[in-house]
Design a protein around this ligand. Sequence first.
Ligand code: BGP
Length: 480
Amino acid sequence: MGFRDDFLWGGAVAANQVEGAWNEDGKGMSVADVARYKKDVDVKDYKKNVAITTAEIEAAMAVPTDTNYPKRRGIDGYHHYQEDIALFGELGFKVLRFSIAWSRLFPTGEETEPNEAGIAYYRKVLAELKKQGIEPLITLSHYEMPLNLAVKYNGWADKRVIDYFVRFAKTCFKAFPKVKYWLTFNEIDSVLRHPFTSAGIIPDQSQNLLEDEYQALHNQFVASAIVTKLAHQLIPGSQVGCMLTKITTYPATPKPEDVLATLNKNLLNYFPADVQAKGEYPKLILAYFAKKHLDIQMTDEELRIIKENPVDFISFSYYQSMTAAADERGLEITSGNTVTGGKNPYLEATPWGWTVDPVGLRISLIELYDRYQKPLFVVENGMGTFDKLEAGKVHDPYRIAYFKGHLSEMKKAVEAGVDLLGYTSWAPIDLVSASTSQMSKRYGFIYVDLDDNGKGSGKRYKKDSFAWYQQVIATNGAEL
Ligand code: BGP
């Protein structure tokens, strides 16, 4: 028993990391457009890389160019979409996961009518995919809400943003009625890690940041449930998924306190998917809110909507595993109760310190399927590393080894009975890194000739891994 006959092999990208064209055809500024490439910050320092202040946002808004703001230019996918989709066709893709830039359709988020030029662009993308026989999987929100909503409302911390998002989603369902697969929020749990890019929360504007983060999450749960219902109504047969960051977490040692810390860490990691898949808040999370005096505004009506509209499938990203150990503050369900990031002596890591753990993917697939009993979709997995272009070639045996390992373990999970709809690698083409705004952290089977400062021809080259993945898809994963 291998992968199902209609297994959806493909790749995943996000508008803000690919498109560029940040101010073309009526697009408004998004939160991604103020993310800077920070030359002075250690590439491994994730927190510092994604941190932003009101002063930095204001300064960025005043900059009229894309200089030093790599997400404003991406890989110029906005103008290369035909060429890029043709390459995905050549790879044999069955599916392409991509996102729609909310600020292309609603420049400030508050308009009552969409920007037609934005809709026209995605219609062209969809037509191109159709030509190549590639099914679209659309993420509605992938780290790029209109900047205006962040500045004016402190993003998703404010319930009014729910209505703006619903208007955007409804516009998409009406404009693109043939699209069957949808995801609501990319890595929804990431609100707790990088509240600005994920939910438009500007930390120095929050009185109580933790409360705002959980309020934003709740508001996204409500929005997700409303648009799940809408998708089902407007596009019969459509399938809507949630999307979580899956970092397989092991106890740092068999010490019971470390095992307990791991359990608590996992409860917290899983809870957004619990709400979206089971339609209810886990009781332990509600107890945690009460204990921490987090006053999250949730109405009975909202809880009813969440209950009545669970997602159809569970999707997730998987890059790495980590270890958890108890710290001196004691053991309770909070993101601050564990020490993660400790070195796992059994695993190697990428230059960015991301552990390479194929078995961890199998563990996560089994854990998730057992927990939710719903179809799964791996919508991100890949290796971000340095590549070298020499005489038009990139030899990347390390990337082939990474994928080989992960796909072999994924296959074993399927053979164990996990219902898996598909797999989209992150990312089939080099793009701007979400956490560091770098180009040099490369993921693709296709090399893009641009450096961290935006210099280069922008030309696309097939890496050695291109032919390897092509073969995987052609044999439906029989040859890895
Ligand atoms: C996920 C995001 C992606 C992506 C990926 C790799 O968290 O959904 O947008 O970029 O991680 O991360 P990075 O680009 O920081 O290497």
